[in-house]
Write a new protein. Structure first.
Length: 148
């Protein structure tokens, strides 16, 4: 795959970084620069999913995140669910809303899918909260340093 629309790709990369965080996106992009196999999917995901899908004006990012969580429960995609739980939190979805989305998904997709979704969402929430606390500590530490 090659980039077919640079504007969509650039827009998609900006949104992808804003939602998932550059610490999760950039390693994939860097790997794609070295590996044509990885580039094929990374270019497609960035241009098509994030550039075309996420940049559309019809839904706010929070709603898109909520839809994605429900779809990943239905599809049984734990890795994508974990990544998008982090993104959902970034986009303003609350933990209570995530619980309700997962309960709804469990009802329609089955108990095994729900158990897996809750387990993976818990891991993602814990990691997101840990990262958030670390960033806050770093910010506080930086603001208390004496100026030269």
């Amino acid at each position: 795959m090659t980039i077919t629309n640079q504007k969509l790709y650039d827009s998609g990369l900006k949104i992808r970084r804003a939602v998932l965080g550059p610490e999760h996106v950039d390693p994939n992009i860097e790997l794609a620069k070295k590996d044509p196999f990885t580039a094929a999917i990374q270019d497609m995901v960035t241009e098509y999913c994030w550039g075309y899908g996420w940049s559309r004006p019809g839904l706010p990012r929070k709603t898109r995140s909520m839809l994605n969580l429900a779809m990943f429960v239905a599809l049984g995609k734990p890795n994508e669910l974990r990544a998008h739980v982090r993104g959902a939190l970034t986009n303003g979805v609350t933990k209570k809303e995530i619980i309700e989305i997962l309960i709804q998904g469990t009802i329609y997709c089955g108990i095994p899918a729900g158990v897996d979704a809750f387990r993976n969402a818990r891991e993602a929430i814990d990691a997101w909260e840990k990262d958030k606390r670390a960033k806050q500590r770093k910010k506080r530490k930086k603001s208390t340093k004496p100026k030269k």
